[in-house]
Write a protein that binds this ligand. Structure first.
Ligand SMILES: N[C@@H](CCC(=O)N[C@@H](CSS)C(=O)NCC(=O)O)C(=O)O
Length: 277
């Protein structure tokens, strides 16, 4: 009875929101309602306020196996402490790409946790215990991440999709209301446009989008929201217009690029010792 009433309230809110947005933007519908995660899934989103990086911990509650995505060197102690406090066993340290703005926490975490393996794409050219390519899957307990190649910000960028929970970890490929820059590290605006359209916007609208960075205070978005409102990549933007936007960003280089890229090509580890600036 209570469940039924709650569902009715949920649908009323969804309908009202969809109506407001569609009236304002003249679109027919938008799927704003995000499904709840399943009971066996544990999820934490963390943030580094220096590099504006989001790091994610995903776990299977039953087996207690977990993975961490895009850890930052300076936050490795925080991340490992949290994993231990939650009673989880870290199986994989995963990167979406070779970051240019911060050193990955991968190397340091590998020295702090036994039997953990690092993962990055083969196309990145970076060192790691496991190299993945498009179509591979990463398993931890009953949870699974699908690897989708999304080049454009860098050649080796991938998006990790958790189909079961409706989540896409997009790295720097798709940011909330933005996207990764394409002016260094094999950046290519045409490739990025095609990656987003083919591999991310093809996911269901309610899938949550979790980027590696956010510079505007957002935590996450959805595929449907980004298709409507992303000012660079929204469905109304042509590839030609996107390339023009990207050619005129005029961003300064990341301050740590000269130390971060070489360190991250080694996944933050040199001869068993974490690479520190
Ligand atoms: N100011 C920061 C770097 C900011 C930056 O360039 N961010 C990248 C992702 S990290 S390589 C990016 O793609 N930004 C896109 C955008 O539109 O801002 C620093 O000095 O580290």
């Amino acid at each position: 009875m209570i469940g039924g009433t709650l569902k009715k309230v949920q649908w009323t809110i969804t309908f009202a929101l969809a109506h407001c947005v569609s009236s304002a933007r003249n679109y027919s519908s938008v799927h704003i309602l995000e499904n709840a995660f399943s009971n066996g899934f544990l999820f934490r989103q963390l943030f580094d306020s220096i590099s504006y990086t989001h790091t994610y911990i995903l776990a299977d509650k039953l087996s207690k196996e977990c993975v961490i995505i895009d850890p930052v060197l300076e936050q490795a102690d925080r991340d490992v402490t949290l994993i231990n406090q939650l009673g989880l066993t870290l199986k994989y340290v995963i990167n979406t790409h070779v970051h240019a703005d911060h050193i990955t926490g991968t190397g340091k975490i590998k020295t702090m946790v036994n039997n953990v393996q690092s993962i990055i794409s083969k196309e990145s050219g970076a060192q790691a215990d496991i190299h993945v390519t498009h179509g591979d899957t990463i398993d931890f307990g009953d949870q699974q991440l699908e690897v989708r190649a999304t080049p454009g910000h860098t050649d080796g960028c991938v998006t990790y999709v958790n189909q079961g929970e409706g989540m896409a970890f997009t790295g720097d490929t798709l940011l909330i209301r933005g996207c990764g820059r394409t002016d260094f590290q094999q950046g290519d605006s045409h490739k990025l446009f095609q990656s987003v359209r083919k591999e991310i916007f093809s996911l269901p609208d309610h899938f949550r989008v979790y980027p590696a960075h956010d510079y505007h205070g957002f935590s996450h978005s959805t595929v449907g929201e980004e298709k409507l409102y992303n000012p660079r990549l929204g469905e109304q933007i042509s590839e030609e217009k996107f390339v023009e936007i990207m050619n005129n960003l005029k961003l300064s280089l990341p301050k740590k690029i000269d130390v971060a890229v070489p360190a991250n090509m080694k996944c933050g580890l040199q001869d068993g010792v974490p690479i520190e600036p």
